[in-house]
Design a protein around this ligand. Structure first.
Ligand code: GRF
Length: 320
């Protein structure tokens, strides 16, 4: 089973990091911890990670420009081969460039029920407002502080006599359950056949005059009318002993097919039966799929069988 590689960034005690790390020891966990990194060389969490045999990296931000420090962290994270960044009490505001470089691949946990109480002193603010619940949220990181799409939340009931400290402690317990679960769901979806099929279907049906029609029990997409349409893509889920989940598209011929499979076996495979007539498999259950590339292949395959008047319209549209 392929595991997504996550880099966890901390500044302090790192209890959420520890929760993520211990969860990753379970064989079914869809991620592994590639690196624990910090802007604080004394962060307690670094020792826990080291004791568990996880690679660590620390570089103080003191005396550095924000973007320069982010660049140092970015290099360490990429060198560790991380697919995702998981912020766990990383007390740094991130530069826009760094955030853009990890768009859709950086998660954070925040100790409030977002969109309430962005920023600091969340528990104090919840108590002062007379809220019934505090809680925690996991969200994608966008340049705006604590503002990205929320992926998961947990409510923690406020009890009589709660202080910001007692509430914070209970919220931490909740965070330690929530974070590994949400990270697993999020990074795991890229290897999930249903999620991949939905994504391919959206791209295929975005092309002109297309419709879905299963073929031999597998999803497929055709161009043209319901009556005379032709297939330009098929979805393949671990067929005939292959572990690949992916989309089959039409190549220019056997030479191209064989060359691609030989040169980039991590991306392409020659599918049983279909391969003999020039269809190639694009593997999607792997990390870092380039969806632009998938889109280009779908369009090319579509062009190969679409009626001339449609491809001409497409040429005109692309000319603008
Ligand atoms: C957590 O409360 C988290 O919500 C916030 O920072 C704190 C980190 O705590 N972003 P720890 O270092 O994981 O114990």
């Amino acid at each position: 089973m392929y595991k997504a590689r996550i880099a966890i960034l901390i500044s302090g005690s790192g209890t959420n990091m520890a929760a993520l790390l211990y969860a990753s020891k379970h064989g079914d966990c869809p991620y592994e911890v590639a690196l624990v990194a910090s802007n604080n060389p004394d962060a307690g969490g670094l020792k826990i990670a080291q004791a568990e045999g996880i690679a660590t990296f620390a570089h103080s931000h003191k005396g550095m420009e924000r973007a320069d420090h982010d660049a140092v962290m970015d290099t360490a994270i990429r060198d560790a081969g991380a697919d995702y960044i998981v912020l766990a009490g990383y007390m740094r505001i991130l530069s826009d460039g760094f955030v853009h470089g990890w768009e859709g691949r950086m998660l954070n946990i925040h100790p409030s029920l977002l969109p309430k109480y962005k920023g600091l002193d969340t528990h104090k603010r919840a108590l002062e407002a007379g809220d019934i619940h505090g809680g925690a949220s996991v969200h994608l990181v966008t340049p705006e502080l604590d503002d990205g799409p929320v992926l998961g939340q947990v409510e923690v009931t406020i009890v009589d006599g709660d202080t910001p400290e007692t509430l914070a402690e209970r919220v931490k317990y909740a965070e330690h359950q929530l974070y590994p679960r949400v990270v697993s769901e999020y990074v795991g979806r890229e290897f999930d056949a249903d999620w991949l099929e939905t994504k391919v279907s959206e791209l295929a049906l975005a092309l002109p005059q297309t419709h879905a029609r299963p073929s031999h029990g597998s999803p497929g997409w055709r161009v043209g009318t319901e009556k005379t349409g032709k297939y330009f893509a098929h979805f393949s889920t671990q067929h005939h002993g292959s572990d690949a989940i992916g989309v089959l598209v039409k190549t220019g011929g056997m030479d191209e097919l064989e060359t691609l499979c030989e040169e980039q076996p991590e991306i392409y495979w020659k599918p049983a039966f279909y391969g003999a007539s020039g269809w190639i498999g694009l593997r999607l259950n792997r990390s870092g799929v380039d969806w632009e590339h998938v889109t280009e292949w779908l369009e090319r395959s579509w062009r190969g069988v679409a009626p001339k008047k449609l491809t001409k319209l497409m040429d005109v549209a692309e000319g603008f």
